[in-house]
Ligand binder design. Structure first.
Ligand code: ZN
Ligand code: ZN
Length: 435
């Protein structure tokens, strides 16, 4: 099937389709960029995307898992290929100086007014998805199967993927045979990066309440001091990575918040911790979370805490394991279309995504076997900037460039939009091209 995609006429047709779609995609990108919306509030974004996909002939359903959009194109017998984009923006004040920069204000979950910016390029992902939808609709004589386009809400808070799955994404619509997604990165615009296997980290943030019995600072014997318990907890948690995690595994345990008390002569009633855990192996990640609970519980008991500690999962996502066979298939399709010189080996970063829930039957809660996932990276740094950046490798240069979530991050180069569209088209055709 891959060989088929190298047919010059199909490659030419894809490029011609990208060319025809480009102007509208760029306009859509700038519109979305100027009007970013916070997680689960992507109403206008979803309306734009739904309308654009409907106009292309897709069967569109809105409001899946909140603001999610699902667009289907049935085109005969064949595999169901899911292409996923995300829609949400971040509470950041944009500093890019672009003429279509955001000045939007949104209301966050705590009811506070915050500036909002597409600082992670989800506007780019969704625009590229619409562009790819246009090209694939045009080229429908060249492929067969079912195309399932998914615009998910709330990636940044790791909520949107599961919300859509819980809302019956795979039962109401279709269960894909392969799930494909992409993310922009500070790499040369026009390039595409791949990474097989463990690609992004599982991440959990736990809130912990340690109970004490407060009182006067001069009479500690009549109190249970949660500050001392919390101090032991913080220290003891350091032994998880150093003593329980095999040395060849990457795990991070960070206590990013520790709060107790109001002033020096009062022993407080409780202490609050927030603990962030990251790692690339989902089973090991579960064991680390169990170790945290065990250590906190035991330290509370050791410190005479009157009540068991309370744990709250503030956010969580699982690790992304890029399917080896699928990554190779997509990488070859991209190499055939773009040329090997435009591909790069993506370095493993400690970032996280909720994309892997779409493939993980257990954590995604959709039953049956896992669905293979392939997630690649599209370069988003303008050529002149890239060549002026010190460093020999992509990994070295990245350390000198703004990353996603920076108020200066501006990934919407023309080459990035065009490549993002073509990468989705050729990725899908690697599974669907008519033989
Ligand atoms: Zn992000
Ligand atoms: Zn992102």
């Amino acid at each position: 099937m891959i060989d088929e995609i190298t047919r010059p006429d199909l490659a030419t047709a894809i490029e011609a389709g990208v060319e025809r779609a480009y102007e509208e995609v760029q306009t859509l990108y700038r519109q979305l960029h100027q009007h970013p919306e916070l997680p689960f509030q992507e109403h206008a974004t979803a309306a734009h995307l739904g309308a654009a996909l409907e106009a292309l002939g897709y069967a569109v359903t809105r409001g899946v898992g909140g603001t999610g959009v699902v667009a289907l194109l049935h085109n005969g017998e064949g595999p169901t290929v899911m292409l996923r984009s995300d829609m949400d923006a971040l509470p950041i004040e944009e500093q890019t100086g672009l003429d279509f920069a955001s000045r939007a204000i949104g209301e966050n979950a705590d009811g506070e007014c915050v500036p909002v910016m597409h600082a992670c390029g989800h506007d780019l992902h969704s625009s590229c998805l619409v562009g790819a939808a246009a090209v694939l609709a045009e080229l429908r004589a060249s492929w067969q199967g079912t195309l399932m386009l998914v615009c998910q809400p709330a990636e940044e808070v790791f909520g949107g993927a599961r919300a859509m799955l819980d809302d019956g994404l795979y039962t109401r619509f279709a269960r894909p045979d392969i799930v494909l997604g992409q993310h922009n990165m500070p790499a040369l615009a026009g390039s595409v990066g791949h990474l097989s296997g463990q690609a992004m980290a599982a991440a959990t943030t736990l809130g912990v309440t340690i109970h004490g019995a407060g009182g006067h600072g001069s009479m500690p014997a009549q109190t249970v001091d949660p500050v001392v318990i919390a101090a032991h907890v913080v220290t003891r948690l350091q032994t998880i990575v150093s003593r329980e995690v095999p040395p060849d595994q990457t795990v991070v345990v960070t206590v990013g918040k520790l709060h107790a008390g109001t002033q020096g002569n009062i022993i407080p009633h409780s202490a609050e911790l927030e603990i962030n855990v990251r790692g690339f192996d989902n089973h090991l990640h579960e064991r680390v979370l169990a170790s945290i609970r065990r250590i906190v519980g035991a330290e509370c008991e050791a410190g005479r805490s009157p009540r068991a500690p309370e744990f709250r999962v503030l956010s969580e996502t699982i690790a992304l394991n890029n399917d080896a066979e699928g990554t190779e298939r997509v990488r070859r399709a991209h190499a055939d279309h773009f040329g090997a010189a435009r591909l790069f080996a993506m370095p493993r970063l400690n970032g996280s995504e909720d994309f892997p829930y779409f493939g993980n039957a257990e954590a995604g809660g959709f039953g049956g076997p896992d669905i293979p996932c392939v997630y690649w990276y599209i370069g988003a740094t303008a050529e002149a900037r890239w060549h002026a950046t010190p460093g020999a490798s992509v990994a070295e240069k990245m350390t000198h460039l703004e990353m996603p979530h920076s108020p200066y991050y501006a990934p919407g180069q023309e080459a990035t939009l065009r490549t993002g569209m073509a990468a989705l088209v050729t990725g899908a055709l690697a599974y669907m091209v008519r033989v």
